[in-house]
Design a protein around this ligand. Structure first.
Ligand code: GLP
Length: 267
């Protein structure tokens, strides 16, 4: 696992956007350029700065999305696309509407209004598989370490499915629903932990003091479904991009270790 510590949120976002630009660019100039690059994407406040930077780069001609297929992590069950808190709305508002060459047919987001959630999730897994899997899954985590909507004690082998949200998550996410936890949908559709860790690479953004315990659990804790983010320790291509405030619960040794091995300016 790599842990890339940046001074602040802005630098973390620029680093992550540059990493995506590098991987997409390599793909489009490499032997597999005839197939699309498959990019997994998250919602939440953490990736907003990355999306801003990707949009800037895209408009400046530094990264093309013409050969990129995206799969989003999750969606609230029961929210229509037009709802301003649906993840469909979020992704279009923060990223897709601003890209000059993203093809709408290459955007995949679970349908929160499906009348057959189980089938919707099975089809999503099949569609990911039809592309040969995900090349790079970017994600964020919740304060309880949930990855996508895989709450504590979701199996680390889980696949895309229906998830019940914990009261904790509904309280945390109520900031987007008029501070009313009851207004936050009680269920969501979400890729599984196994869906994420099957990706060739996983890049997780962890920023802010409120994520310090989750970062420590991800990097230093035991691999346990209590912290579903800890599954990343078993992945051979996992990168954590974080900021200084998120490092508050790391041991000094761990912090120094990653600063030392990542100090060369590399992507
Ligand atoms: C939601 C999403 C997660 C996201 C988490 C953290 O629960 N389902 O995918 O990682 O929020 O969000 P934020 O980045 O706003 O802290």
């Amino acid at each position: 696992m790599r842990v890339v510590i940046q001074d602040n949120y802005e630098k973390m976002c620029v680093w992550a956007a540059n990493y995506i630009k590098m991987r997409v660019g390599e793909h489009n100039n490499g032997p597999e350029k005839d197939r699309p690059f498959v990019l997994g994407l998250p919602t939440g406040s953490s990736p907003i700065g990355v999306y801003k930077e990707l949009v800037r780069m895209n408009k400046a001609g530094e990264i093309s999305f013409a050969n990129v297929v995206t799969f989003n992590m999750d969606e609230y069950l029961g929210l229509p696309r037009e709802h301003d808190q649906s993840y469909w709305y979020f992704m279009h508002d923060n990223l897709f509407n601003h890209l000059v060459d993203m093809k709408p047919e290459n955007i995949n987001i679970l349908n929160g209004m499906t009348d057959d959630p189980v089938k919707e999730c099975e089809e999503y897994e099949k569609k990911i598989a039809s592309y040969g899997g995900i090349d790079l899954f970017m994600g964020g985590i919740g304060v309880d370490g949930h990855i996508a909507f895989n709450e504590p004690y979701t199996s680390l082998a889980s696949r895309t499915g229906v998830r019940d949200l914990t009261s904790d998550t509904r309280i945390v996410n109520s900031r987007f629903f008029g501070n009313n936890p009851e207004a936050v949908p009680a269920q969501a559709l979400s890729v599984g932990v196994g869906t994420v860790t099957d990706s060739k690479e996983v890049l997780i953004l962890i920023n802010g003091h409120n994520k310090a315990r989750a970062l420590a659990a991800t990097v230093e804790g035991a691999v346990s479904s209590k912290w579903t983010c800890s599954a990343l320790q078993m992945h051979n291509g996992a990168i954590i991009a974080c900021d200084e405030p998120a490092c508050g619960e790391l041991t000094v040794d761990t912090y120094k270790y990653f600063l030392d091995i990542e100090k060369k300016e590399r992507l």
